[in-house]
Design a protein around this ligand. Structure first.
Ligand code: NAD
Length: 650
């Protein structure tokens, strides 16, 4: 059996998760039957799907009409009707082991023999759920995040008996549904994301309990200094303190006294109006950036890295899976493995050893894998290897971009769709490394594009700059110059947001092509900043002073049609003509004479800033240089012979 054999899907549960999963599955084109125990609940779930699809349609995020998608959804309260002809069943019933085991036992009787069964449990053992059936090899965990329609990540979890074929089909199904799967290869409590997230909330709670920090200090430091989307206490208040409390109890872990006090006082967070913050009479999470001073962020991050190291060392997940999981599942700016490689694994290990020694607490006991890496000298990026291998002098694997060199076309995809391809220091470093190390003889054209369907790049990753000092920004960011000066023509393929640093990257390219729905702007002024990365200067040269100042001073966005009118992009075309237009530009450049294109680029880039006399002198020098190339002979011969030239770049 393969993923293509899945034709009909059933989802059990029409609650928060069940109706969201049903919507995702129907959007992916599958007929799906949603089942709950009462008609009212099924109807509520269906209405929530209708509402959500209408919202998506308003935002132009659907490829077909809401009606067409709804047409694939059926509802029922009858389990047999729901599953008797399903190839794949996804269970999203309440989080109780006895209930899930009963459901799976019944499912085993009613679903076809070959059908795969998956549970969306967040914390129960897949192995124990699967044991209720006679087909534990065909049962897997499939952990969506809330809300399923918005959240890109799905953990695909092996129970003790799950066979590879089953896990692979679930993984491919997730991909077919347009989501990003990660494998969790062993049935560990908390799977990957919640295991690593645990210490993010847990360690600050211990620090506050021991009077080593305050709530506001911890939240401000993690958000403003380390770039996390929310502070640990803010997050706990949002999810509900009782939720974290029960998860810890179930896992047999000690409870930080501050958490115990809050739960005893029934101050459970936003839902009760009071938690770590006061939401009813006060403003809630009222911490300010300066509150974060003096908080030991490394202590919290070291514990997250330690959890990640346990998962990697125990073959539960690869570093890539852990990092992808944390970025997509929690919105962390970076995964813990990549971040630890930057910090230095030796630094992380020393921190844990120091805390273990000082406090005597087991939670700081370093993971074997972390110790092994450090002992082997694999201390992170600076040593060339840590969780990841870093290829320092050749073009290698990158974490935030994908590239492909095919017949002279180097395609560079900015790959952080969950952050609208925001340019972090790491991503810029990777672009710089790729272009600096790419062999220009093999490349005839470079095409930059953004992953996902929403943005080329929506700006700089401000979170990633949180801990930088003013002097870190004094030097011109080299990446934009590397792109601008690359020996071959570069094209920005823009479909969606192209803002701030994203626009600066596009401006550093030679040509820019955009879909009609794309939006351009330099919003930096709204942050009290000015465009960097050459933004002020290139806008001035490309648009002229009047228009450039409008963009920079007002900080507004302009649509693609205006961008074309202003000469900011070469073409603005409807979505369905975009690929063809890009291909035409790319083909012309690939077939063009590489040396003449290089000389044209240099002479025009340099000449733009020189006096006319100097520019003309450069041009004639370039002209003379080209006269002796084979390409000129080929070009003129082909012209005489009325055939297409074949330029070799000599
Ligand atoms: P929910 O309470 O909103 O929905 C559960 C639904 O299951 C209810 O409508 C209930 O009537 C229905 N139900 C009960 N018995 C059933 C049965 N025998 N067959 C079919 N449906 C039945 O809960 P939820 O938040 O949607 O969570 C469902 C599952 O997803 C749980 O296992 C939970 O741990 C997991 N999960 C939840 C979240 C989250 O943030 N809410 C995130 C990831 C995973």
């Amino acid at each position: 059996m393969g993923v293509t054999d899945i034709e009909r899907v059933a989802v059990l549960g029409a609650g928060n998760m069940g109706h969201g999963i049903t919507e995702v599955v129907a959007m992916a084109g599958y007929p799906v039957m949603m089942r709950d125990i009462e008609n009212d609940i099924v109807e509520d779930g269906y209405e929530s799907i209708e509402w959500s699809l209408r919202k998506l349609a308003e935002k132009d995020r659907l490829d077909e009409s809401p009606e067409d998608i709804l047409g694939r959804i059926e509802t029922t309260v009858d389990l047999e009707a729901a599953v008797s002809d399903a190839d794949f069943v996804i269970e999203a019933a309440p989080e109780r082991l006895d209930l899930k085991r009963d459901i799976f036992a019944e499912l085993d009787e009613l679903a076809p023999d070959g059908a795969l069964l998956a549970s969306n449990t967040s914390s129960l053992s897949i192995t124990k759920i699967a044991e209720a059936t006679d087909r534990p090899d065909r049962v897997a965990g499939m952990h969506f995040f809330n809300p399923p329609v918005k959240m890109d990540l799905v953990e695909v979890i092996y129970g003790a008996e799950t066979d590879d074929e089953t896990a692979e089909i679930v993984y491919e199904f997730v991909e077919a549904a347009g989501k990003t799967p990660i494998y969790v290869r062993k049935d560990v409590n908390g799977f990957v994301v919640n295991s690593v997230l645990g210490p993010f909330v847990d360690e600050p709670a211990w620090m506050v309990s021991n009077d080593e920090a305050t709530v506001r200090q911890a939240d401000a430091a993690m958000v403003h200094r380390r770039g996390y989307p929310m502070g640990p206490f803010e997050l706990a208040d949002l999810t509900g303190l009782d939720v974290g409390y029960h998860v810890r109890k179930e896992a047999g872990r000690d409870i930080p006294p501050i958490l115990q006090e809050k739960v005893d006082a029934e101050e459970l967070g936003r839902k009760t109006g009071t938690g770590y913050y006061e939401y009813e009479d006060d403003d809630g999470t009222d911490y300010a950036p300066e509150d974060g001073e003096g908080f030991d962020t490394l202590r919290v991050e070291a514990r997250m890295v330690n959890e990640a190291a346990k998962l990697v060392g125990d073959d539960v997940a690869t570093p890539e899976a852990v990092d992808t999981g944390m970025r997509l599942g929690t919105g962390f700016p970076e995964g813990p493995c990549g971040r630890a490689d930057e910090t230095g694994l030796d630094v992380v290990l020393s921190k844990l050893e120091e805390l273990r020694e000082e406090t005597g607490e087991d939670r700081f006991e370093p993971a074997d894998h972390l110790v092994e890496l450090v002992e082997a000298g694999k201390t992170g990026r600076d040593s060339g290897e840590g969780f990841y291998e870093y290829l320092t002098d050749s073009v290698g694997d990158y974490r935030f971009l994908n590239y492909d060199l095919d017949d002279g076309l180097l395609t560079v995809e900015l790959d952080r769709p969950e952050r609208l391809n925001a340019l972090s220091g790491d991503l810029l470093g990777e672009i710089d490394h790729l272009l600096t190390n790419a062999d220009a003889d093999d490349v005839r054209c470079v095409l930059f594009e953004g992953a996902g369907d929403r943005a080329f790049s929506a700006g700089a990753d401000i979170g990633g700059f949180a801990d930088a000092t003013p002097t870190d920004f004094m030097d011109v960011t080299p990446t934009f110059e590397t792109v601008n000066e690359f020996d071959r023509p570069t094209i920005a393929k823009i479909d969606g947001f192209c803002l701030g640093a994203g626009l600066e990257l596009a401006l550093a390219c030679d040509l820019r092509l955009a879909t009609e729905g794309s939006e351009f702007g330099s919003p930096e002024i709204g942050l009290g900043l000015i465009p960097g990365g050459g933004g002020t200067q290139r806008l001035l040269r490309i648009l002229g002073e009047t228009r450039a100042k409008e963009l920079v001073f007002r900080g507004n966005r302009i649509g693609a049609e205006r961008a074309e009118e202003w000469g900011l992009v070469n073409r603005c075309v409807p979505e369905d003509e975009f690929e063809e237009t890009v291909a035409e530009f790319v083909d012309d450049i690939l077939e063009g004479p590489p040396i003449a294109l290089k000389v044209a680029k240099t002479v025009m880039n340099e000449g733009g800033d020189a006096s006319l006399d100097a520019g003309l002198a450069m041009e004639s020098q370039g002209f003379g240089l080209l006269m002796s190339t084979d390409d000129v002979r080929e070009g003129t011969a082909a012209f005489r012979e009325k055939r297409d030239p074949e330029f070799e770049g000599r």
